[in-house]
Design a protein around this ligand. Structure first.
Ligand SMILES: [Zn+2]
Length: 312
């Protein structure tokens, strides 16, 4: 590794000391963070992917962003963690099979907690350094997804004005700008002056070049807004802005049959849910009109699964 392109876990005396005593400490995950210094001072951007372990286009995009910016052609500092949830990635699942949990829901984690809590606790030092955290997601192996950028308004002036700036520049064709409660992690981060953004592009375990390119385009637009690069922003010509998300969930364990995709209006059939013995059948309809964000495509239905997330 060159001096400007180094794995964060370097081999200092301190590190050796820590490794010796690590067996006596809570286990912290090695997240494989790549830290790149820009050629001038500026903001610090944290880019994560693979928080859901089976969402691949974000992971590909994270690797490509490392390759793009390893020449230090930016101001500030970039930290990239391509696969946060490595147990999930190795299991080809969104969740972490070690504890059956989704690390994304466990912010700020717990270094003495379960495997997923420890993963998020390991992420916190990188979040602490960052002015902005972009988390790259997509549809899981079992999910279809139409790309969108997920921004969070928190009531904190500094981060909200940055969010408004991104929205005014129409940096994505579809933007979900959600107002968050004070307990949401975006609000917790905004209280510390940090902006949290989720990018959603890609689906069904695919690694399509177009989906990966969107992740990179959006990340560059955010970097331009943060003053880290000068790349002109590609603005959407007719952007769709959504302010709420409605989740439609599975009523019981059983068999899911998704309806062919069509525009969602209030009452549109999303699919049919059946019990295993097929004595129970329920037509699942959209409770609101809006746009499909992501939806379940495979047959297995587990009570509480998100069958469709609707932005409106
Ligand atoms: Zn995800």
């Amino acid at each position: 590794m060159t001096e400007e392109f180094r794995v964060t876990d370097d081999t200092s005396l301190c590190y050796t000391f820590l490794m010796f005593f690590k067996r006596f400490l809570p286990q912290l995950s090695d997240l494989g963070a790549i830290s790149i210094d820009g050629s001038a001072p500026g903001k610090t951007l944290l880019i994560t992917a693979g928080v859901d372990g089976d969402e691949y286009s974000g992971i590909d995009a994270a690797h490509q962003l490392i390759d793009i910016f390893r020449d230090r052609s930016f101001s500030g500092h970039i930290i990239v963690i391509p696969i946060v949830n490595m147990p999930g990635f190795m299991n080809e699942s969104s969740h972490n099979p070690v504890d059956g949990k989704f690390p994304k829901y466990l912010f700020p984690g717990n270094s003495r907690g379960s495997s997923s809590e420890q993963i998020i606790a390991s992420l916190m030092p990188y979040i602490d350094q960052a002015d902005c955290w972009i988390d790259l997601h997509s549809g899981a192996i079992t999910e279809g997804l139409d790309p969108f950028l997920w921004l969070h308004r928190t009531g904190h002036r500094d981060t909200d004005s940055l969010i408004d700036g991104l929205a005014e520049k129409n940096i994505a064709d579809r933007m979900l700008i959600e107002s968050c409660s004070s307990s949401h992690k975006a609000s917790q981060l905004a209280r510390r002056g940090k902006m949290y953004i989720v990018a959603e592009s890609g689906q069904r375990g695919n690694r399509d070049a177009h989906d990966i390119a969107l992740h990179i385009q959006w990340t560059k637009a955010i970097m331009t807004t943060l003053g880290m690069i000068d790349t002109p922003i590609v603005s959407a010509t007719s952007p769709i802005v959504m302010k709420n998300v409605q989740y439609v969930t599975a009523p019981y364990d059983g068999i899911w049959q998704q309806n062919p995709l069509r525009p969602l209006e209030n009452g549109t059939t999303i699919g049919i849910a059946q019990s295993f013995d097929r004595t129970k059948t329920k037509t699942i309809v959209a409770p609101v009109g809006g746009y499909r964000l992501w939806w379940k495509e495979t047959m297995r239905m587990k009570k509480g699964d998100v069958l469709c997330a609707i932005g409106y």
